[in-house]
Design a protein around this ligand. Structure first.
Ligand code: BMA
Length: 811
């Protein structure tokens, strides 16, 4: 560190009960207790229940540190704390210096007078957030309802809301510090933030850089900006308190930042320094517009980057682990890379989680993933008392200042489903006006904070909502706004219900599945290898339990026989659900301009809507997403009572002429009918293939294979059934495998004598990704699939771990 001391490292965690164990900070109390063998693994079986008393106690993190007289010569010394969870009293050398009450705020306080040369002590005493929330709730004048997890009162406090448990999440009301923990010395001022504003005109791009400094006393300071090979020094006169120092740079030929799939995510280094410290960011030059304009259907919603509209394809993001100590850079990078590899261009940071670490946004900048950033409120009613609102205002202002320089951030959204909660929460419904006013008071504060701190970006009041200036409930509105479509999962409707809505932008829709057998074995023992066993059932947090997954099987499939078949089939089913929605909505472009799947990841091993399991393994859904989010796709569907329709989807910024091959087969693999077509499809557009002939045979006796070719090269394929799978007499077949090792990866050649559907490959216990999965294997058309491991691998280990499953084998 420049002029400072990083207090990250080993601390001591002590408890009311006399516990005294080593604990790493940044980190949390549960992780420390687990590492010291004081609590059982909360992720195993039903252990969640056994570890709840930890959260009803106070915990203290303490350590000593030593200071050199040189450092103490600095006129000002700050203690800087980020992500302190939640109610902490901080003491230095026994003296109280600070109290915290919001894990999303940054606390900085000048503490020189409490320090001495040599050995010092720091204590972070953290009260039980749960008890504190209960206390606030008991005293509140406007009674609010409880939240869905075990910690019902968590909406009263500024802590990651899913810590209290969610319909996919364990309740672990952790405490700790997860961000910066430093002492910094200063002469005049602390450099706080650096951000940019960009003006595009015929001269190029004018980049205005602004540094925000907190001056401890009035004074002057040279502030040096470096950008695009130029250096500018400003002698800043600072007043005590907050100051802004600005300068501009002209970039005559800017290299623009593009989201994934549209171009390169070019970044420029921006640096500001003073004798008191420095800040370095990487910024992207781009014009990002949220298009929200009146049109024939109502009002559009979409993103335009550097003048080109895109179809937003992405997933919702929740915290990567319920134990904050395990929220690593590596896990984040794996998940974001996985999003990218599945052709996503946007991530929605969902409001029940947290504003993510800097490295999350830096990675999104680098990879070209746009971020729909919620503010941290979800699915509930929140207070709007002056105390709460003031606390939130500090939080939002800090978060916007911290994050606004990231080119990835596409918009600020006020909350997740808090308008919905006004309807489904009985208390709020009974006094709707009161709760609406309460909602609006807080929500308007959020909007004001955006206006003040980041006027260039759009404030989208809530997700879902009709957008600024629209005061409708907007729950399912085909005319405007973003939509959360939950009728298929929560409403138990068939997959064809996706054809009932024509969203302008669907920011949430999902379907659950079980994780793989490999992951189930991390939380259940052999006696529990049954979908309704206590341990497996416990790892399904939605109020319906596992029943909808199994119930839905009855619509489409024959009942699977073995436990592993249940797990597999649930993943096939999940993939089909999401595929139905995505393909249909993509075919509606430009009416619909976005599909954000619920949800990308899990924060513990559980049955959920995720496309990637806890631990990083891709579910079949994630492989499916890679195909149905591909920039070029060929699709066909038949909405109830309608004809079969087929489309070519092109998200690329250029018009193309493509070839389509259509083949109908029966289930022995015999060709029933075949044709080829040419199709011209515009840039970022959709083309319908007219005149789709269905062979004149029983619907349950055939299936359609569509293939899309660009200059002789196959770029996409799809398989479509006309009848539910359960009605079709699928042929039994054994898939032959042949293995080979190439470039650190393993190839497997697959051959079948009859059509095999949803062929799912697994390398149990070996982390890595297949080049394709859950595909149709046709007879006499062998397929070579590559497995790229995350680490080193031998062919023998891969062959031993390899498993393949297909639909006919499940019964
Ligand atoms: C949406 C989300 C989450 C939830 C999901 C599934 O409402 O915002 O709150 O986990 O549905 O029920």
């Amino acid at each position: 560190m420049e002029n400072g001391l990083d207090l990250a490292g080993e601390w001591v965690l002590s408890g009311e009960d006399g516990t005294s164990i080593p604990a790493a900070l940044p980190g949390d109390n549960y992780s420390a207790l687990l590492a010291a063998g004081r609590i059982p693994d909360p992720y195993w079986g039903r252990n969640e229940i056994l570890v709840q008393d930890i959260a009803r106690k106070a915990w203290c993190f303490s350590r000593t540190f030593s200071l050199e007289p040189d450092f103490l010569a600095s006129p000002y010394i700050c203690l800087n704390l980020e992500r302190v969870d939640t109610f902490a009293e901080i003491r230095i050398n026994g003296k109280k210096i600070l109290r915290t009450k919001n894990m999303f705020r940054r606390y900085r306080t000048e503490i020189k007078r409490f320090l001495k040369a040599g050995k010092n002590t720091i204590e972070i005493n953290i009260a039980s957030a749960w008890k504190e929330a209960d206390r606030i709730a008991a005293a509140e004048s406007l009674k609010l309802s409880g939240m869905q997890g075990m910690a019902k009162t968590i909406n009263r406090i500024r802590k990651t809301q899913c810590h209290g448990g969610w319909d996919w999440g364990i309740c672990l009301m952790v405490s700790g510090v997860y961000g910066e923990l430093t002492l910094t010395g200063h002469n005049v001022a602390k450099l706080e933030h650096l951000y940019d504003r960009q003006i595009f005109d015929d001269k190029g791009c004018t980049v205005e850089l602004t540094a925000e400094l907190h001056a401890f006393a009035a004074g002057t300071l040279p502030v040096v900006f470096a950008f695009n090979g130029e250096i500018k020094t400003i002698r800043a006169r600072l007043k005590e308190g907050e100051n802004r120092v600005r300068t501009v740079f002209l970039v005559p030929h800017p290299r623009l930042w593009y989201p994934a799939g549209m171009g390169e995510a070019v970044l420029y280094d921006a640096l500001v320094s003073s004798p008191d410290g420095s800040l370095a960011h990487r910024i992207g030059l781009r014009k990002l517009e949220v298009i929200n304009e009146e049109d024939a259907a109502g009002r559009s919603l979409g993103f335009r980057v550097n003048g080109t509209d895109l179809f937003a394809k992405g997933a919702n993001w929740i915290p990567t682990d319920a134990l904050p100590a395990r929220q690593t850079r590596e896990t984040t990078e794996w998940l974001l890379d996985s999003a990218l590899r599945a052709n996503m261009n946007i991530i929605r940071v969902w409001g029940g989680g947290q504003y993510e670490s800097d490295f999350f946004y830096e990675m999104c900048d680098e990879k070209g993933l746009l971020v729909w950033q919620d503010m941290m409120f979800a699915c509930g009613t929140y207070p709007s008392t002056p105390e709460f609102t003031e606390n939130v205002r500090e939080e939002i202002e800090f978060q916007i200042r911290r994050l606004r320089h990231h080119p990835c951030i596409a918009l600020w959204c006020g909350d997740n489903e808090c308008i919905g909660a006004l309807q489904w929460d009985a208390v709020a419904r009974a006094a709707s006006k009161t709760y609406l006013i309460n909602y609006d008071r807080l929500n308007r504060e959020l909007g004001k904070a955006v206006e003040q701190c980041d006027p260039e970006r759009v404030f989208w009041p809530s997700s879902p909502c009709g957008g600024p200036g629209n005061f409708n409930d907007n729950w399912h509105d085909d005319r405007c706004g973003d939509m959360h479509y939950w009728e298929v999962w929560h409403g138990s409707k068939p997959f064809s219900a996706y054809y009932n809505v024509r969203p302008r932008f669907c920011s949430e829709f999902g379907y659950q599945s079980f994780p793989s057998f490999e992951t189930v074995r991390t939380y259940a023992d052999e006696n529990n290898y049954n979908v309704f066993s206590p341990q497996v059932d416990y790892h399904e947090k939605c109020y319906h339990g596992c029943a909808p997954i199994i119930g839905m099987f009855g619509r489409y499939f024959r009942m699977p026989s073995r436990f592993e078949d249940f797990l597999y089939l649930s993943q096939v089913q999940q993939m089909l659900a999401i595929k139905t929605g995505v393909e249909y909505w993509r075919s509606l472009r430009p009416h619909c301009l976005g599909a954000i799947i619920w949800q990308l990841n899990d924060n513990w091993p559980v049955a959920s809507w995720s496309s990637i399991e806890y631990g990083g393994k891709w579910k079949l859904l994630h492989y499916g997403i890679r195909n149905f989010f591909a920039p070029l796709a060929v699709i066909a569907y038949r909405a109830p009572g309608e004809a079969l329709r087929a489309f070519v989807l092109n998200d690329l910024p250029k018009a193309l002429t493509l070839q389509i091959r259509l083949r109908w087969f029966d289930f022995s693999g015999a060709l029933v009918a075949a044709s080829t077509r040419n199709c011209r499809v515009g840039a970022g557009a959709v083309a319908e293939l007219g005149n789709m002939q269905i062979p004149a045979v029983a619907e349950e006796s055939v299936f359609l294979v569509l293939e899309l070719y660009q200059d002789e090269e196959k770029v996409a394929e799809n398989t479509v059934f006309l009848a539910p799978y359960k009605l079709c007499e699928l042929a039994e077949t054994e898939i032959q495998t042949h293995f080979a090792f190439a470039d650190g990866a393993c190839d497997v050649q697959l051959t079948s004598s009859a059509p095999a559907f949803f062929c799912a490959l697994d390398a149990e216990g070996i982390p890595g990704v297949f080049s394709d999965n859950a595909f149709t294997l046709l007879p006499n058309e062998p397929r070579r699939i590559r497995f790229t491991p995350r680490g080193e691998i031998t062919l023998a280990a891969f062959r031993d771990a390899f498993k393949i499953r297909h639909l006919r084998q499940t019964y």
